[in-house]
Every structure is written in structure tokens, then in C-alpha cells.
Design a protein. Structure first.
Length: 265
């Protein structure tokens, strides 16, 4: 359950549903290994806020009778709508309570630490408050916390897509490994060893910031003000549970290389 983060935006893979892979697919690939009856659904839709995620995905998720549910929500509220983290937590608490009553294991995600980023650094306090509320919710409902805040590797630009809003393949892989480790599930994912990381930071490149604003953030803002006129609603990535792999060409053993970090502009 979630938004573009769970859908896998930033981790392109044309051969699978939705054309993107992402941390959730990578986890499902590992969990499905050797399990013929394993089924995976991904209800995430890009751009949704917390209330929309709960309204549109909660009942569907419960109807699937899952053993494991991941829920990441609230990021769009905090970043683009300046929402109050305590009010968000109250909504999230109710939703997690309903999910936990099914007996499924619930995984909740803290927000990452944007303290070093130029445009989102001012949100650090709100994200920290939301994260503490989320930990309380997880404790109350016996949930599991996947802690992006303490995953310090995510502070590096190569972990992010060029749009600086979504994670790169490298970032998605790193998150998938962290979640599996948190669940104490044996897996084949290994720490990545890409080429030496560049020493520059976003803060040091004002020209890059201007290009990012013009090419990514501004078009996104315009799209929020002027909705699509074709009337076609966005659909979940994998609305029905089924096998993880879309074709024999893509398997955990023969998938695209895990280390293909994209440059960050």
C-alpha cells in the first residue's frame, strides 16, 4: 500500500508490470524464491496522499487476506501539502489498527532524513515528529518499523532519481535489503559496490538545482494545478495477487544487475 515510493518510480524495468521494479518487487522476488504458492499484489498509486491511500487501498488489501502488508504513506502530505504530522499520525493509527486486526504483519516506513538537501531540509523537523508518531503506532499495533531515517546511505545523491523526489535503482535495492534485514528474512541481496561515489553534493551545485526545478519540480507543480483532462484514472501497479515474475526472462537469479546506479543531475 502506498504511493510512488512503493510503486517503484525511479527504478525502470520495462519487462514487468508498470514498467518499474522498486524495493517492493525486489523484496517479493526474494520472498517468492522456492515458494510455488507465493502471491504478490502492489496497490500503490503515484501521487496519493495518506487519506487517499487509506480510502482507496485499505479495504482491497484486507480483502486479499495477506500475511504481510507494507504501508508507506504521508510523504506527499508533508512535502507538498504542509500537513500537520500529528493529524497524519491520527489517520495512520486508525488505518494500521484495522490492518493489524487481520493478523497480518504490518511494516511501516519512517521518512528519510532530508536535512542535507537544499529544498527539503526545512521539513526535517516535521518528518522527525511524524517518524516518532509512527514508531508509537507500530509499537501499539505490533508493527514493524522499516527505518529510512537511520539508513544513512540514503543521504548520497546516487541513491536518488534525477528528479530528487524518488529513489534510483541503487536506492530501491538498498531499501529492499534493509526491509528484509528488519524482518529477519534470509535473502540473497548484498551491499552494493558501485564505482566510487562522487564527492559533490546537491548544495554545491546551484546550476543543477535550477535545472532540476525547471525540468522536474515545476512540471510536477503544474500537473497538480492542472489535472489531466483525459479522465483516465491512475491504476494500481499490481491490483491482483499473483506470481512476482512477469516472464521467465526475469527471475531473481537472472534479473537485471542490482548495481546500475543512475547519475544524478
Amino acid at each position: 500500500m502506498g504511493d510512488s515510493f512503493t510503486a517503484g518510480i525511479g527504478d525502470p524495468e520495462p519487462g514487468i508490470p508498470g514498467g518499474v521494479r522498486g524495493w517492493a518487487d525486489r523484496i517479493a522476488e526474494e520472498l517468492s524464491s522456492g515458494r510455488q504458492d507465493f502471491a504478490y499484489a502492489n496497490l500503490a498509486i503515484s501521487g496519493l496522499v495518506l487519506r487517499q491511500i487509506l480510502d482507496q487501498q485499505l479495504a482491497t488489501a484486507i480483502a486479499l487476506k495477506p500475511d504481510l502488508v507494507t504501508l508507506s504513506a504521508g510523504g506527499n502530505d508533508l512535502i507538498f501539502h504542509r500537513s500537520d504530522p500529528d493529524r497524519l499520525a491520527a489517520m495512520l493509527d486508525a488505518g494500521v489498527g484495522t490492518l493489524s486486526s487481520t493478523g497480518a504483519t504490518i511494516v511501516l516506513f519512517t521518512g528519510p532524513d532530508w536535512g542535507d538537501t537544499l529544498l527539503f531540509g526545512h521539513l526535517r523537523g516535521k518528518v522527525a515528529v511524524f517518524n516518532e508518531n509512527l514508531r508509537t503506532i507500530a509499537a501499539r499495533h505490533n508493527g514493524v518499523v522499516a527505518d529510512l531515517w537511520v539508513l544513512r546511505q540514503l543521504s548520497h545523491p546516487q541513491m536518488w532519481d534525477p528528479d530528487r523526489l524518488h529513489f534510483s535503482p541503487l536506492g530501491h535495492h538498498t531499501i529492499a535489503k534493509m526491509v528484509l534485514d528488519t524482518l529477519e528474512v534470509p535473502h540473497s541481496l548484498r551491499p552494493l559496490q558501485p564505482e566510487p561515489l562522487p564527492t559533490g553534493t546537491w548544495r554545491e551545485s546551484r546550476a543543477g538545482d535550477a535545472a532540476w526545478f525547471a525540468n522536474y519540480l515545476l512540471p510536477w507543480m503544474v500537473s497538480r494545478i492542472r489535472p489531466r483532462g483525459d479522465g483516465v484514472p491512475l491504476a494500481p501497479k499490481r491490483p491482483l495477487p499473483g506470481p512476482v515474475l512477469a516472464s521467465p526472462a526475469l527471475s531473481p537469479a537472472a534479473a537485471t544487475p542490482l548495481v546500475q546506479p543512475r547519475s544524478v543531475g
